[in-house]
Design a protein around this ligand. Structure first.
Ligand code: AVJ
Ligand code: FE
Length: 455
């Protein structure tokens, strides 16, 4: 493009904002007004709310905080403030129609192009412009809502409207091999970041964490493995469950991941609904649409446990050769289609064992992309945390019963995913694209002196 933007990070910001908007429109242009204003699940906003909310955040942050203007529609701030109205109550809001929402967000964007071309205005908070953070933040915010909208698409009933090619299968060698577990030796590593320009406040600052030696599943837990937990009566045995999880299983009568059912016409075979299609549950794919409680119960049934957040990040980032933490498992290069299943290029996770080129130094695969991975950890502040630029992004969620998820899913945009990125949700939530892998403490015989790689 030949638009006048200021510098390389602005160029990157413009591309990220444009990519987010293409995706937002692709997720909403495929549905009619009735479908966009309907609430497909009490857990989700009407899609028309997300559509205008992303533009309203851009109005606030890029036109008012980072720009010189008074914004396009400050009068809409209350309607699109996520904190004033919980998702379940949003259908009652005086929302813009889908057409009016499209016009609003296009109007905001047109004015943002002028902000991108200009210098930081007098009196603006300079930190917003370090590495052009504020533009990256708004692009990530829109992409996060796009993933939420994709989850709404998955919840909606009705004929399929989305399509994408299947992700790559593992190589035949990887398919035949028992995935097993990898060793991450004991020792300190650098968790979080102080120099990734678009890292969000909760990923900061970089700090040293001691991690004892542990073993981690080389790949996420698959549907086939999870089915053995179901077949073994896992959902009926309180021994495996956190007390709150057991209570939840009883109350909600859970017996399988969300979207699964038995096909009585086919010998009770497990099938699932996926973006409007019904298909046999693929045994080799990472399991998804499980709550933290289900992940935790499976791990206990398997004689294992969920990894802590620090263990997950050490497995994903620590390079034992240099002692330095990488941006991604494969190194510092940005993700691409050969390294990880991100960006809604595909509408499902790749089979376990895919993306050999994206493996971490410890040998674990698919840490980035495919499915979000539940960790055992509560969402809390890192030492030295400072809310920026607004408390409601992270701080208000700390310590309030949210569990951390790591690594992104097939529906997560590249710009909104990295080795330090922290997602969080309540432990009973199942509508997000979440799976898990399991871990255990290393044996006494594991000295921590050498990694044995992916066996
Ligand atoms: C980081 C995905 C938990 O959707 O609640 C969107 C992202 N914050 N708008 C969420 C977010 C404000 C957030 N998660
Ligand atoms: Fe938001």
């Amino acid at each position: 493009g030949s638009r006048p933007v200021r510098g390389a990070t602005r160029e990157r910001a413009l591309a990220a904002l444009e990519a987010a908007r293409r995706r937002t429109l692709a997720l909403t242009d495929c549905l009619d007004e009735a479908e966009l204003t309907a609430q497909h699940s009490k857990l989700m906003s009407p899609l028309a709310w997300d559509l205008a909310h992303v533009g309203n955040q851009e109005d606030i942050w890029l036109l008012r905080e980072a720009g010189t203007g008074s914004g396009v529609r400050p009068d809409l701030d209350d309607v699109y403030d996520a904190f004033q109205t919980p998702r379940a109550d949003r259908p009652a809001l005086p929302m813009l129609s889908p057409d009016a929402a499209r016009a609003y967000i296009a109007d905001v964007r047109a004015r943002v192009l002028e902000v991108l071309a200009g210098a930081p205005p007098e009196g603006a908070d300079e930190r917003l412009f370090e590495g052009d953070f504020v533009f990256g933040m708004v692009a990530q915010h829109e992409q996060q809502h796009d993933e939420t909208m994709l989850a709404t698409h998955q919840l909606r009933r009705g004929p399929a409207v989305l399509d994408a090619p299947d992700p790559p299968a593992p190589t035949s060698r990887a398919r035949d091999e028992r995935h097993g577990e990898v060793l991450v030796p004991a020792g300190p590593f650098t968790m979080g970041t102080s120099d990734e320009p678009w890292a969000l406040d909760n990923e900061r600052p970089a700090h040293t964490v001691e991690v004892a030696a542990f073993r981690l599943d080389a790949v996420p837990v698959t549907n086939g493995a999870y089915q053995r937990f179901i077949d073994d009566g896992g959902y009926r045995d309180p021994r495996w469950w956190h007390p709150e999880g057991w209570e939840y299983v009883q109350r909600a009568e859970l017996g399988a991941p969300l979207f699964w059912r038995r096909d009585e016409d086919a010998d009770g075979m497990w099938v699932r609904r996926r973006f409007g299609y019904t298909e046999r549950v693929p045994p080799g794919e990472p399991v998804m649409h499980v709550s933290w409680y289900e992940a935790d119960a499976y791990a206990r049934w398997a004689g294992r446990r969920l990894p802590t957040e620090a263990e997950w990040e050490k497995a994903a980032r620590h390079d034992p050769e240099t002692g330095v933490s990488r941006r991604y498992p494969w190194g510092d290069a940005d993700p691409d289609e050969g390294l990880a299943n991100l960006g809604q290029r595909h509408l499902r996770p790749a089979p376990a064992g895919a993306y050999a080129a994206g493996a971490a130094p410890c040998g674990a695969r698919q840490l980035i992309g495919d499915v979000w991975e539940w960790t055992s950890s509560d969402f809390t502040a890192y030492p030295g945390f400072a809310a920026f630029p607004y408390r409601e992004y992270s701080e208000v969620f700390f310590g309030d019963g949210y569990k951390v998820l790591r690594g992104g899913s097939f529906g997560t945009a590249e710009v909104a995913c990295r080795g330090t990125f922290r997602n969080w949700d309540l432990p009973l939530r199942r509508q997000i694209f979440a799976g898990f892998r399991t871990a255990r403490d290393a044996d006494a015989a594991d000295t921590g002196a050498s990694a044995d790689g992916n066996s």
